[in-house]
Design a protein around this ligand. Structure first.
Ligand SMILES: *Cc1c(COP(=O)(O)O)cnc(C)c1O
Length: 390
């Protein structure tokens, strides 16, 4: 593609769809075949030499999956993308590609729960991990050990949606010879492109906004061509958590509307956040799109927009109040995940983990909502009645 500017809208609607190749089909077909056959053994052996650029077997490349990968790579302004069977498969592959026994990973602020569990799991292979709650660059630098290889990031962070200064951290990482990975699921490539700020690898849970319809689980990894070649022959093919073509086809369908969905999520969520901020039962709203957010100015340097996932802290820290608000909501369904068409609610407070919440810098009164594509007036009315019930 070179340096030619191409819009996100053009990428999701037509790019790579290859109408000529597929008899003018307006939607590329699903290649539901596990292997590809060759006419001669010479052609086959030649193709085997570079499996990343030939079709041989589904655990490597597939034409349907490849179209979705091409679109996501361009949206993220990265050279290459590979799709995985889940966000966690992409995250595991990314982390394992950089560390080995005896090495150390540093993560900053609140990271997605299962990713933190993965770091604990990796201890059995002699890979250690430190998470620091400070975002200050000198504190981060002070926690870099001689065996640190990787800085793992999320921005905005999980649950409290704080902004991390990406250019500052990647500059430090480069000085120290460390690699950086960021989970960019919250912002999506529409609202943030971390590769532009020097991050080496971007990962996504495609199960959230990229898919957008709560009908698929998948992951994406975006990086340079050279890093990807290494990851393809190692963590991608050997751990084998690859995206099946049907999921890639669903993902492509979701991607078609990603730019307009994100616009709609942003519009509703900003109004919901502004409403919550004025509510007498609410003490704090964690949403980097609010001009009153402590990180608003910093966030503006990296984010082109704000998605629909946010949290707020009710004045009462009692589990009973949390339970009542969540049960009183009618438009917000109770469930894990986020980023789909439907509004969702949950709280990390389960009534028995007060100390753990404090330790993780999470207010016990915190409720997380994913603002879906329903009417924002109805969502606001619903939040109002639920909050007034306590
Ligand atoms: C859901 C999620 C993941 C994991 O993705 P899966 O597709 O569920 O494996 C990773 N990071 C964040 C921020 C998530 O919300």
């Amino acid at each position: 593609m070179g340096k030619k500017k191409i819009s996100n809208e053009q990428i999701v609607t037509h790019l790579g769809d290859d109408y000529k190749k597929f008899h003018g089909a307006v939607v590329p077909p699903i290649y539901e075949n596990s292997l590809f056959i060759y006419e001669t053994f010479e052609e086959f052996t030649e193709a085997m030499e570079s499996e990343h650029s030939n079709y041989l077997y589904w655990r490597g490349t597939n034409p349907t999956v490849e179209i979705a990968e091409q679109k996501i790579a361009l949206l993220e302004k990265g050279e290459k993308c590979k799709l995985f069977s889940s966000g966690m498969a992409a995250i595991s592959a990314a982390i394992l590609s950089f560390v080995k026994t005896g090495e150390h990973v540093l993560s900053i602020s609140n990271i997605y729960g299962p990713t933190t569990k993965l770091f604990k799991y990796l201890e059995k292979f002699g890979i250690t991990h430190t998470n620091i709650n400070s975002k200050k660059i000198d504190v981060i630098e002070a926690h870099i050990k001689p065996n640190t290889r990787l800085i793992y990031l999320e921005s905005p962070t999980t649950m409290n949606f704080q902004i991390v200064n990406l250019p500052e951290i990647t500059e430090l990482a480069k000085q120290k010879g460390l690699h950086t990975i960021i989970d960019n699921s919250w912002a999506t490539p529409i609202f943030q492109n971390p590769i532009e700020f020097g991050v080496d690898v971007v990962v996504h849970s495609a199960s959230k906004y990229l898919g957008g319809h709560s009908d698929l689980v998948g992951g994406a990894l975006i990086t340079s061509e050279s890093l990807m070649e290494r990851i393809f022959y190692n963590e991608y093919q050997l751990l084998g958590g690859v995206m099946p073509p049907y999921e890639a086809w669903l993902l492509m369908r979701g991607l078609r509307t990603l730019p307009i969905r994100m616009k709609a999520h942003q519009e509703s969520a900003s109004k919901v956040a502004a409403f919550l901020e004025t509510h007498q039962t609410v003490k704090k709203v964690n949403y980097p799109g609010l001009t009153s957010a402590p990180d608003f100015e910093l966030g503006k340097r990296m984010l082109k927009g704000y998605s629909g996932l946010l949290s707020f802290e009710i004045v009462s820290k009692e589990f009973e109040s949390i339970r009542e608000v969540i049960n009183a909501l009618e438009q917000f369904n109770i469930g894990v995940s986020w980023g789909g068409f439907e509004s969702l609610v949950l709280s990390p407070n389960n009534g028995q983990n007060y100390e753990q919440l404090i330790e993780n810098n999470i207010d016990p009164g915190l409720i997380r909502i994913s603002v879906g594509l329903e009417s924002e007036e109805e969502l606001i009315k619903d939040l109002d009645q639920a909050l007034l019930s306590i």
